[in-house]
Design a protein around this ligand. Sequence first.
Ligand SMILES: *[C@@H]1O[C@H](CO)[C@@H](O)[C@H](O)[C@H]1NC(C)=O
Ligand SMILES: *[C@@H]1O[C@H](CO)[C@@H](O)[C@H](O)[C@H]1NC(C)=O
Ligand SMILES: *[C@@H]1O[C@H](CO)[C@@H](O)[C@H](O)[C@H]1NC(C)=O
Ligand SMILES: *[C@@H]1O[C@H](CO)[C@@H](O)[C@H](O)[C@H]1NC(C)=O
Length: 238
Amino acid sequence: MEMHIQAFLNRISVVVATIATLILFSILLHPPETCISQFTPHKPLAFPRSTCDSHHHPRPFSTIEKRNHRIWSTSAWLNKVKSFSRIFIDAQKHNLTHSFILSNSSKALCLLAGAGQEVMALQQIGVSDVTAIDLVDSPPLVSRADPNYLPFFDDAFDFAFSAQFDTVLFPSRFVAEMERTVRVGGFCLLIVEQCTNEEVREIAGLFKRGELVGADNLTFGGSKMSRIVVRITNSTAY
Ligand SMILES: *[C@@H]1O[C@H](CO)[C@@H](O)[C@H](O)[C@H]1NC(C)=O
Ligand SMILES: *[C@@H]1O[C@H](CO)[C@@H](O)[C@H](O)[C@H]1NC(C)=O
Ligand SMILES: *[C@@H]1O[C@H](CO)[C@@H](O)[C@H](O)[C@H]1NC(C)=O
Ligand SMILES: *[C@@H]1O[C@H](CO)[C@@H](O)[C@H](O)[C@H]1NC(C)=O
């Protein structure tokens, strides 16, 4: 009698163990349906930014270098870099401001630089000292940092740039941090959706340490944009 019960119990434990194993396998083999996509409002990027991208586009393991090599040779990337280059070359040569706002030796800062097309543009035209940040990093061109709390000293840069000012949640804070990190005599350049002279003055008015020195309209990546240049005139110390 006891032998029967023992055998019965053994059989049950084998069945339970088998079911548990099957459930475990099915969990391991099926990735969760929900995926956390990192919110990147300012740029439609080819760069995979969420944990689910690899499920949607199965591809062999690839190093960051290989992936960058692939992305950097797409025509979307190259066109964007070319558009940025035009803006920066203009800033170097044209006298939008009757002074040089950017030179090869400038220490440049790019805010909300996305995947880093503007960084590559600056490097290609000869500006080698470029620092770029965004909320999500994109190595090796863009590091992760909060534009509202820049991890840089006051007056650390000669030139600061952003093409994403239109998307920022706290414009005054963004501008305050941007101008804090630029030395007196340095320049801030913003590319924004095309705006009237009054709107340009309004944006420039957010700069408490600087003054508007130039603005013009241009076509950038097929869109009508305005370029706003502010020169930093007052020291952070008062
Ligand atoms: C550009 O600005 C520089 C510096 O102020 C000045 O020397 C130069 O003559 C200007 N060039 C033009 C084309 O306006
Ligand atoms: C800046 O760098 C570019 C690219 O290396 C070079 O062609 C250009 O002559 C440099 N400009 C100056 C003023 O040195
Ligand atoms: C840019 O275009 C806007 C709208 O067409 C216009 O109001 C503004 O005066 C232009 N700005 C410049 C600097 O030409
Ligand atoms: C810079 O400082 C001067 C003198 O203290 C002041 O008159 C001027 O308004 C300041 N400029 C800005 C942009 O704050």
